[in-house]
Design a binder for this molecule. Structure first.
Ligand code: MG
Length: 455
């Protein structure tokens, strides 16, 4: 696929991602779907309304009526699409910086489109094959205001409300000015928690912090946990399909650790789970102990969803799946990553014991990630050639399912180009920070040398 990467299409608005492009994708999607009515939703980015308007216009031009949801979390838009049996276009760039935006496409079954479906739409975009409607057959749109309210009500019905309410928890919440600001404060309050927020107003400039919920961006939240004496901190990304946590002392919880804790609570012998090729050894250990099978895919939610669907078709039970970045699926609930739902599943554990105790069994690994930016294809190619040579030289088992993963038994390192940004990412995990850093720097050093040799 040229247009759609592992997480949809993203780019800097006006430079790569234009309303004209969104219009063409919407015309192609409406043509392929052949539906009477579709859904258009967006996150809180400043360019969201403009691009949503282009999507609505494109759909209408091929004769499709549109439900406009306005700003809403991606899992809410996906829920609405599935409940109403309508495909949809979500305008979001997830955790990317504010100048980015993007397109995510959802089927009428309430699941992100498969690679096959995306390729069909892509071929219509590239071939400019659109089912243009006559003047008296174009679609029209209506504003739907109930989506956020229905989403919260649905969440409340789907988690262990009583256990959470009985625990009288104080939750510090950081929606990062994203779409979760519209639903998560209400949701956790309705669950019976005392909720305090930071960066809690929807604002596409992301004035308080960068959108990606990583440790470096969550100083406000860790301070708030301490100041409010909260039991837990919860942070979302821009479209609130991810949740990461802060413990009761204000310490950041690695996403790999919270995923391992949630998986340990969810997995039974004979279950299957799916993770990406950058999977933490912590999840590998949990699956071993639980007697559950772990399946690895290339990085990206589309790949994980595709594998879960295959496992479901084969009759497998997949109670949990996902990545160590806070993007976690509970496929028996919905086949979508849902930051609020994941937050509530974590609160079910926090109701029993403190966060630091929940994650204590999963803190014996350290993760390091280095991002190497590039500007030209030649620079990217040079880094990938260097990564291949590095993998061939290394005294480790290589896995090339997506990039180059080297397993050293006690540690691993992965070199892989980002699917959404002009960066090559280097991941490493080991039982000590110094070993992880040495491995990551070793690989990154080889890539930097290749870049330098181009000058
Ligand atoms: Mg996201």
């Amino acid at each position: 696929m040229k247009l759609f990467g592992s997480s949809g299409t993203r780019g800097v608005v006006g430079d790569g991602l234009t309303p004209e492009f969104v219009l063409r994708v919407a015309k192609a999607a409406g043509t392929v779907w052949g539906t009477d009515r579709a859904v258009v939703a967006r996150d809180t980015r400043t360019t969201g309304e403009m691009l949503a308007n282009a999507a609505v216009s494109g759909l209408e031009s091929v004769g499709v009526d549109v439900d406009r949801l306005g700003p809403t979390p991606t899992p809410s838009a996906v829920r609405y699409a599935g409940e109403n049996g309508r495909p949809g276009i979500v305008i979001t760039a997830s955790h990317n910086p504010p100048e980015y935006n993007g397109i995510k496409l959802v089927g009428a079954d309430g699941v992100e489109l498969s690679v096959d479906d995306l390729e069909r739409i892509e071929s219509h975009v590239l071939g400019e094959e659109f089912a243009t409607a006559a003047w008296d057959a174009v679609g029209d749109s209506r504003q739907v205001t109930a989506a956020n309210r229905e989403y919260v009500a649905d969440l409340l019905d789907s988690v262990d409300r009583e256990t959470i309410a009985d625990a009288d928890l104080t939750v510090a919440l950081d929606p990062g000015h994203g779409a979760g600001a519209l639903t998560s404060p209400e949701f956790f309050r309705e669950l019976g928690c005392e909720v305090v927020t930071v960066n809690g107003n929807p604002d596409g400039h992301f004035p308080g912090r960068e959108s990606e919920p990583v440790e470096a961006n969550l100083n406000d939240l860790t301070s708030l946990v301490r100041a409010a004496d909260a039991d837990v901190g919860i942070a979302h990304d821009g479209d609130a399909d991810r949740a990461v946590f802060v413990d009761e002392t204000g310490a950041f919880v690695a996403g790999e650790a919270s995923l391992a804790a949630l998986a340990a609570a969810a997995l039974e012998p004979g279950d299957a789970t799916v993770a990406a090729v950058n999977v933490s050894q912590r999840l590998v250990d949990v699956c071993d102990r639980a007697g559950a099978e772990l399946e690895l895919t290339p990085i990206g939610s589309t790949n994980i969803i595709t594998r879960i669907r295959e496992l479901h078709a084969a009759g497998e039970h997949v109670p949990i799946a996902g990545e160590g970045n806070g993007g976690i699926f509970y496929p028996e609930y919905r086949l979508v990553r849902d930051g609020a739902y994941v937050g509530a599943k974590f609160l079910e554990l926090v109701a029993e014991r403190p966060v630091s105790e929940i994650i204590a069994p999963y803190t014996d690994y350290e993760n390091v990630r280095i991002n190497l930016e590039y500007e030209t294809e030649a620079e990217l190619d040079a880094m990938l050639d260097a990564a291949e040579a590095f993998a061939e030289r290394a005294d480790a088992d290589p896995n090339t399912i997506d990039g180059y993963r080297l397993d050293y038994g006690d540690a691993w390192v992965l070199v892989r180009p980002s699917g959404t940004e002009p960066k090559v990412r280097v991941y490493a995990e080991a039982r000590s920070d110094s070993r992880a850093r040495t491995l990551a720097e070793g690989a990154a050093g080889a890539l930097r040398a290749a870049l330098a040799s181009l000058d």
